[in-house]
Design a protein around this ligand. Sequence first.
Ligand SMILES: CSC[C@@H](O)[C@@H](O)C(=O)COP(=O)(O)O
Length: 362
Amino acid sequence: MKVGQGHYRSIWVEDGAVRIIDQTRLPHEFVVVTLGTLEEAATAIRDMWVRGAPLIGATAAYGVAIAMREDASDAGLARAHEVLVKTRPTAVNLRWALEEMARFLMPLAPSARADAAMSRAAGIADEDVAINAAIGTHGLGIIREIAERKGGVVNILTHCNAGWLATVDWGTATAPIYKAHLAGIAVHVWVDETRPRNQGAHLTAWEMASHGISHKLIVDNAGGHLMQHGEVDMVIVGTDRTTAQGDVCNKIGTYLKALAARDNGVPFYVALPSPTIDWRVRDGVREIPIEERSGDEVSFVQGKLADGTVGRLRISPEATPAANPAFDVTPARLVTGLITERGVAPATADGLAAMFPDREGQ
Ligand SMILES: CSC[C@@H](O)[C@@H](O)C(=O)COP(=O)(O)O
């Protein structure tokens, strides 16, 4: 997407080097970082320089490619898998990308692996862009239908950042919003700040502002109130892992938005690229590993200080411990539809199996 005078993806190769945007510095600074080693790729995912399920997957794929430059033996491939798979537990795209890279590279002679890995990682990145563009087209149909029925601005609430920064380009939840905006449909986005790391305030708001899309930042607890007052026409969120039954794991707080949406008759859509489906998990609430992050993320907020520097502020007593589960699971029954690259599926086992007959059973 456009940033200033340039067109950026969230990960790209330049002069043979893998580059990313350090998302921990946004919205205050736009800093490009080069990933030169397997360890740097792992750190970028673990410390959330890159984040968002599809981008975690793409970065892991490039991480394997970087590792193949260092050691393309079977042992090198196994080590890359071992280092990368441990970086973050919830987004299934990480496992998906690592398994795809191994499936592709294992039959090749070690001497052929480094170049092949780079081109397969680039392929995964390109596929992600195409998937998200297709999600945008299918989601655009839903927004257009609401716009025509309502005859005014379509108010969309989103949580966390499922924008182009969370994918390789377009975003998942934001692709329909970008496409609606490009099609001349008036949209307004309610951006949940998304405590504790504030991906909404830091990243989604920055994306919306950069693209001239009408939006307002709200605290995480405002969504229910806005829905009660008819100020939300639909919710669109992303997902880190969706089960074959349609249970949706996404950033902590998503479940509460789905409950409020159901209570107020507001449609609740999930933008779902197929690599985010975990066909092996049956019960989302009990089986999906939920990342538990440092309590410091809750006890401190990060932002621009009065003197212009970026820093952290403590907001709770030093003696108060904090718990920080990073994701929750929204049961399928609360989901109006799953916007996939193939079309909008009901959030049911039958709905997903009918949409992806080639993947079911994996
Ligand atoms: C298209 S991204 C979907 C999800 O990954 C997104 O909604 C989300 O929860 C991101 O969490 P994060 O902890 O920032 O990686």
